[in-house]
Ligand binder design. Structure first.
Ligand SMILES: [Zn+2]
Length: 322
């Protein structure tokens, strides 16, 4: 019995190992559970971390465009240089930008009619309108005029605009018609609009009806197309007669404008044979060489201490002497 009683003692030992197993199993279960939890947490972490790396990865795509942006800028600047490079031409910015200076008349020959400029009265000499070859002024200015309108180079418009160079366009209507947007862009950059006939006909000796048409039709059409009154006419080839002047007076022109210097393919010729002088009216043409000629002219003006001024500003300010 004792043994039997003791036997139970004996089996009482096994529970120890079973308890150990129990705790071992529990520890195992707990361990598995913990590792499961850790695994889940790890998964959640991984799920959330990829999101942040995605977000972090997004800036790198955006940083790629940022890297690409300078390239875009570079391409835009490579496309702009065609127009921008001439803008950086020597002398352009310094010559064109300054506001008009007042040069006090030393002899008193040219009365100051408008603050900032001096100009002598235009001489009509008994004609219906004055014919102007040069502007009598004490200001160190010359007047750039560009004729016809056959070649329309956007680089020219950009160069004049960027350097604030005033010019006056004497437009032949049949050439102007093909490029109104270009000439409007010139006007928006500060260029003045004047008339240079309908068809570039040599007017001297032509009948009044023809001359009136050639002189006055552009004046009316440009007033509409450019929303500005046209007050100055230049006869093609400089050829005119009294009928031309009467026609010009009849449609409200203030003067017929000739020139005192020409510039083409970097060849400058003056009426005096010497260098450009204050008051000279320089004739250029809308030709492929125009941009180069303008840059050449600006270099000449800088060397001579002259600057371009708007012809209309001076002629508008001048009285007309009979
Ligand atoms: Zn012409």
């Amino acid at each position: 019995m004792t043994s039997l009683l003791e036997q139970p003692e004996a089996p009482s030992r096994p529970p120890r190992p079973s308890r150990r197993r129990f705790w071992a199993r529990r520890a195992l279960v707990i361990g598995i559970a913990v590792s499961l939890v850790m695994a889940v947490v790890g998964l959640v972490d991984r799920l959330t971390t990829p999101n942040t790396t995605d977000v972090a990865a997004r800036p790198s795509p955006t940083s790629l465009p940022r890297v690409a942006t300078p390239t875009d800028d570079a391409t835009s600047t490579t496309s702009t240089p065609t127009t921008a490079a001439p803008a950086a031409a020597p002398g352009g910015a310094t010559e064109g930008a300054p506001a008009p200076e007042t040069v006090p008349p030393s002899g008193g020959a040219a009365p100051v009619l408008t603050p900032g400029l001096t100009v002598a009265p235009l001489q009509a000499a008994g004609k219906p309108v004055p014919v102007v070859h040069r502007v009598l002024t004490f200001d160190p200015v010359v007047f750039i005029t560009i004729d016809d309108g056959v070649t329309q180079d956007p680089a020219v418009a950009e160069y004049l605009r960027a350097n604030d160079i005033p010019v006056t366009m004497f437009l032949t209507e049949q050439y102007m018609r093909g490029g109104l947007p270009f000439f409007r862009s010139m006007q928006a950059g500060g260029a003045g609009v004047a008339a240079h006939s309908v068809s570039h006909l040599s007017l001297s000796g032509k009948d009044p009806a023809t001359q009136i048409r050639e002189v006055c039709e552009p004046a009316a059409d440009y007033a509409r197309d450019f929303a500005t009154p046209v007050r100055y006419f230049r006869p093609p080839y400089g050829n005119y007669d009294d009928t031309t002047l009467s026609a010009a007076a009849g449609c409200g022109m203030k003067a017929v404008v000739h020139w005192s210097a020409t510039l083409e393919d970097a060849k400058l010729q003056t009426a005096s044979g010497g260098p450009l002088r204050a008051g000279d009216i320089v004739l250029l043409h809308f030709k492929p060489s125009l941009l180069g000629d303008l840059q050449f002219l600006m270099g000449q003006l800088q060397a001579l201490g002259l600057r371009p001024a708007l012809l209309e500003r001076y002629l508008d300010a001048a009285n007309v002497a009979p």
